[in-house]
Write a protein that binds this ligand. Structure first.
Ligand code: MSP
Length: 498
């Protein structure tokens, strides 16, 4: 059986998820469901990033212990992932004892390999990012993400010999042994490795108390990014001292947003190379949202709450809309108006209307026997081909376009055939036309499954197929003419008008 292992970044637990943040995990979930649908063995890892100064400060403001704040917010994340039907296999938290053990053991291993040394760090630090910036990276002395003044810090700490990995990483990328997608992101990393000198990395903090202690020096805690990246190993129970390696390593894909590209394409592989384990097969960095042309940020007050949107449109509709607005690897702009337009055009008037129209017509007879139909069959085959290639290449929006294309084809077919007239004059022909449409709907049920699993079940149920359909392998499900249709049910409206 083919396997497909996928990870998403672990989310900062200092707040609840915002729409931008949800994006990575929604896409990963569609991918996980797609690979499961293909019959592959999937392992899908998600989690929360819980250490660091920011969390400790927030907890203090809220008169809580950091652990209490983390527990409260991690639960919010779990709740949000339930709302959005995220089918993860493991939710790892960086305050889990197993995680802390993996981090401790990994650090000892790298230390014993003499890749860590003690020194003093002087630098410009953004408290919100929990990272140092070079003067060049700051904009008028401010962090480019938070627009806040960076503070000068000087501290004793341990350094990881990141500089030793500049050439090996460059070589691996050039030889395609380390795959970064899309192309622009690969070029960005290549440009950096070719033109800038990679400095050793400060991997511990004296001042930060809320963190995992450095195993050989309790006066320091491990830098939150080193701690966080290791979730990908602790999440599969990987320990340096254990002979038996978890089968989930290396992951087939690690999905991230472009803001955390360098952490995942430079620091992360360097850590893995020091541990002597294979690199993930692929890192894919998606683009960023802007809201009506502006960056989504607290200071601009334009943060969109995904759970509120889910109340308006339904969580599944939101899964569809968010992935169809712009190509996954690129940046894109979103707005309330765009969501309303999409919902009305593609879901309410598109799929929803077609579903209701066909089932209303189908209610006129009890049975629709199986039969061959060349045009319809050809169309469906070509839709599947485009859809599969799109999903295999993370082109979610183009997979959704193929679905819309099939809906358009079906709508046109109804208008051409005018089955309501056929019903009066040629019942056998009526049954054939309706069979094709019901079969079209069955395929739509399959095609939408990774995007809208509940709506897909609803479609199968209204066709009278239910679990019978869900238990079929995809190879069978996507073939034309699987079953006769009998006792169809109109059921609830898929996408109510707003
Ligand atoms: N905790 C780190 C990740 C550590 S992984 C070892 C982190 N967390 S985050 O909560 O800030 O971001 C989680 C995910 O959301 C990341 O993939 C990030 O790129 C993504 N996004 C956050 N804001 C976004 C937008 N405005 N648009 C699209 N994706 C965004 O980073």
């Amino acid at each position: 059986m083919n396997k497909f292992y996928i990870t998403t970044p672990i989310y900062y637990v200092n707040a609840k998820p915002h729409l931008g943040g949800v994006y990575t995990t929604l896409a990963a979930d569609v991918l996980a469901r797609w690979h499961r649908m293909k019959g592959e063995k999937v392992f899908f890892l998600i989690g929360t990033d819980e250490h660091g100064e920011k969390i400790a400060k927030k907890a203090e403001e809220q008169k809580m212990t950091p652990q209490q704040l983390c527990d409260q917010n991690a639960a919010r994340y779990e709740q949000a992932w339930d709302t959005f039907s995220i089918s993860y296999d493991r939710f790892i938290r960086t305050t889990d004892p197993e995680h802390e053990k993996t981090v401790t053991d990994v650090m000892k291993d790298i230390y014993n390999k003499k890749l860590i040394y003690k020194g003093t760090y002087h630098g410009l630090y953004c408290v919100d990012c929990e990272r140092y910036y070079t003067a060049k990276e700051l904009v008028d002395g401010c962090c480019p993400l938070h627009q806040k003044k960076a503070v000068v810090l000087s501290e004793k700490c341990y350094f990881f010999k990141l500089s030793a990995f500049q050439r090996p990483l460059l070589k691996m990328i050039l030889k395609n042994e380390w795959i970064i997608e899309p192309e622009e992101r690969r070029n960005e990393v290549l440009g950096f490795l070719k033109n800038e000198k990679l400095e050793d990395l400060a991997i511990s903090r004296e001042k930060v108390k809320w963190g995992i202690p450095v195993p050989w020096d309790n006066s320091q805690t491990i830098y939150v990014w080193i701690d966080a990246l290791l979730n990908y190993l602790s999440g599969i129970n990987w320990h340096p001292n254990e002979e038996k390696r978890p089968e989930q390593w290396p992951p087939d894909i690690q999905l991230i947003g472009k803001d955390i590209l360098k952490f995942h394409t430079i620091i992360w592989p360097a850590m893995l190379l020091s541990l002597g384990i294979p690199l993930p097969k692929k890192i894919y960095a998606h683009g960023f949202f802007t809201v009506e042309g502006q960056k989504m940020s607290k200071s601009l007050g334009n943060i969109i709450d995904p759970e509120e949107l889910a109340v308006t449109f339904g969580a599944e509709a939101l899964r569809w809309m968010i992935l169809s607005l712009f190509p996954f690897g690129q940046d894109g702009d979103i707005s309330q108006t765009k969501f309303y337009d999409k919902y009305n055009a593609e879901l309410s008037n598109g799929l929803g209307n077609f579903h209701r129209r066909v089932l209303t017509l189908a209610a006129k007879k009890d049975i629709y026997p199986l039969h061959e139909a060349d045009d319809f069959k050809r169309k469906i085959k070509s839709v599947w081909e485009k859809y599969e290639t799109s999903l295999d290449h993370l082109k979610f929006e183009s997979a959704l376009t193929s679905i819309n294309d099939l809906i358009g084809f079906c709508d046109k077919y109804i208008n051409q055939k005018e089955p309501w007239k056929l019903f009066k004059k040629d019942i056998a022909e009526y049954q054939k036309v309706l069979y094709n449409l019901l079969e079209g709907l069955r395929h739509l049920g399959w095609l939408i499954q990774p995007f809208m699993p509940e709506k897909s079940n609803q479609i199968f149920a209204s066709l009278g197929l239910d679990n019978l359909e869900k238990e079929k392998p995809l190879t069978k499900g996507k073939q034309w003419g699987q079953t006769e249709f009998k006792k169809t049910i109109i059921g609830e409206i898929l996408f109510p008008r707003l």
